[in-house]
Design a protein around this ligand. Structure first.
Ligand SMILES: Cc1cc2nc3c(=O)[nH]c(=O)nc-3n(C[C@H](O)[C@H](O)[C@H](O)COP(=O)(O)O)c2cc1C
Ligand SMILES: Nc1ncnc2c1ncn2[C@@H]1O[C@H](COP(=O)(O)OP(=O)(O)OP(=O)(O)O)[C@@H](O)[C@H]1O
Length: 183
């Protein structure tokens, strides 16, 4: 797997998932596995397009669950071919959805895999509907925990405040104490 900044990577074809993926929790993992399987099926590279820092950390000062280095490692374990970690700053956040779509086209994007709440571009103006005008967009169903609640980075952050390691590990699908104890 290779890491790249935005605009550097050009591909003839690919299947792509885009998101903050902070925590790389079980919901993210399931979505990415599905995207990787689909890329294999089509015989094209799989791409995760993520952000450093996560947009919520940038705008709302939320605690970052996964460093960019750890995220790259986790994507490698999920057999992702390319992970793009775009530097999310003032300039980047102002990019209109059309510009982001242009960038996705330069990745030869054949299919996008995302959850139904996915938004992108300046002021979150970009929608799944807009994306569907350019690419085949597949909506992946939300993975929930036993209580039926959607697994989310937000939920992991809440549990972190309560130091509920058992639930955190359950939502992440891995042991996390070492990672978070040091922060
Ligand atoms: C080019 C670009 C510009 C963005 N600008 C904003 C913004 O102005 N405000 C905002 O809240 N989020 C912005 N975002 C972040 C998205 O709303 C969203 O968090 C991101 O696409 C990741 O999706 P996810 O939240 O489902 O992980 C931007 C994303 C992209 C790709
Ligand atoms: N539980 C889940 N099951 C399947 N897909 C998910 C799940 N949670 C998020 N996704 C998808 O993963 C991508 C990245 O999502 P994102 O990083 O915003 O995760 P999140 O857990 O919803 O974060 P936050 O709680 O900060 O909003 C999006 O396409 C989103 O729809």
């Amino acid at each position: 797997m290779r890491a790249a900044s935005e605009n550097e990577l050009k591909l003839k074809s690919s299947v792509v998932s885009i998101g903050a993926f902070d925590g790389v929790h079980r919901g993210h993992q399931a979505l990415i596995r599905q995207m990787v399987n689909r890329a294999r099926e089509l015989g094209v590279p799989s791409v995760v397009y993520t952000f450093d820092p996560p947009p919520r950390a940038y705008f709302q000062g939320h605690r970052v669950l996964t460093s960019v280095e750890e995220k790259l490692e986790l994507m490698k374990k999920l057999n992702v071919d390319y992970t793009i970690a775009a530097r999310f700053n003032k300039h980047y956040a102002l990019r209109p959805p059309e510009e982001f779509i242009k960038e996705l086209r330069s990745l030869g994007t054949k299919e996008v895999w995302a959850g139904r709440d996915f938004r992108f571009g300046k002021g979150q103006e970009g929608t799944i509907e807009m994306l569907s005008g350019y690419f085949t967009v597949n909506i992946f169903p939300f993975v929930t925990c036993e209580q039926g609640e959607k697994i989310s980075s937000t939920r992991v952050r809440e549990l972190l405040k309560q130091k509920d390691w058992i639930k955190i590990n359950h939502l992440l699908g891995r042991t996390s104490v070492d990672t978070f104890m040091s922060k």
